[in-house]
Design a protein around this ligand. Structure first.
Ligand code: NAG
Ligand code: NAG
Length: 216
């Protein structure tokens, strides 16, 4: 009995600390991006040099340009933009979508995401490790959740632009875009891995690699 209780306790502790970024050990730890020391996060700036600018960002105020291949743009508001977020375990992003725009399938290895629709309407979904798709059409004022690490996407099938605010339980959620990860990595993933994985020929693999290659 005691063993079962301690096991449950251990599981609770592991899931409690493992679900998001680690807990902070002080009020603030504004990221010092110039520091040479590497830790799990960023080292703290001298508190005497911290001011309100370290906690401020206006980069999500306006729509970003969606004039690109996918017709969408993700603007992040994470610790890279707001040094005061260091150790706080949260961040935001704004995503804009042209009509027909797609935020292609991707995962965030370090965070669950919750989106709030600012404008327009989106068809969204995520896929579980059991390979089940959970999808829904969401519109202005509505919310949808993408559990941590699961592949997900958003598509604007409407005729007007759409936008969301996305919140994450990590200061730096990280993004792996599935197609880009596989077809535009440096150095490249070998063609013979991709031809076998996707059951297609080398020509098709090369075509995808060319089309997804960053525009110069
Ligand atoms: C905060 O400090 C930086 C220099 O470290 C300075 O450029 C900025 O103007 C200051 N902001 C405020 C709101 O005092
Ligand atoms: C969109 O981008 C293309 C190529 O970069 C450019 O030629 C075109 O003028 C842009 N359109 C708008 C509306 O900005």
């Amino acid at each position: 009995m005691e063993t079962v209780v301690s096991l449950l306790l251990i599981l609770a502790i592991i899931s409690g600390t493992g679900a998001a970024d680690p807990d902070m050990l002080q009020d603030i730890c504004v990221a010092d991006r110039t520091g040479a020391v590497k830790v799990n996060g960023f080292i703290c700036k001298d508190a005497a040099k911290v001011n309100s600018s370290d906690f401020f960002f206006d980069g999500l105020a306006k729509p970003g340009s969606t004039n690109n291949t996918m017709g969408s743009l993700v603007t992040v508001a994470n610790v890279d933009k707001i040094p005061g977020l260091n150790t706080l375990g949260v961040s935001l992003a704004r995503i804009d979508y042209a009509p027909g725009g797609l935020n292609p399938p991707h995962t965030h290895p370090r965070a669950t995401e919750i989106v709030f629709v600012l404008e327009g309407q989106l068809d969204v979904g995520f896929i579980t490790t059991a390979n089940s798709l959970f999808s829904k059409t969401i519109k202005k004022g509505e919310i949808f959740v993408f559990p941590r690490g699961l592949v997900h996407f958003q598509k604007n099938n409407g005729v007007v632009p759409a936008a969301v605010i996305a919140a994450f339980n990590s200061q730096l959620p990280g993004t792996q875009s599935i197609a880009l990860t596989l077809f535009t990595a440096t150095p490249p993933v070998p063609d013979n891995v991709l031809t076998k994985a996707f059951q297609i020929g080398t020509k098709e693999v090369e075509k995808i690699k060319t089309r997804l290659a960053p525009k110069k």
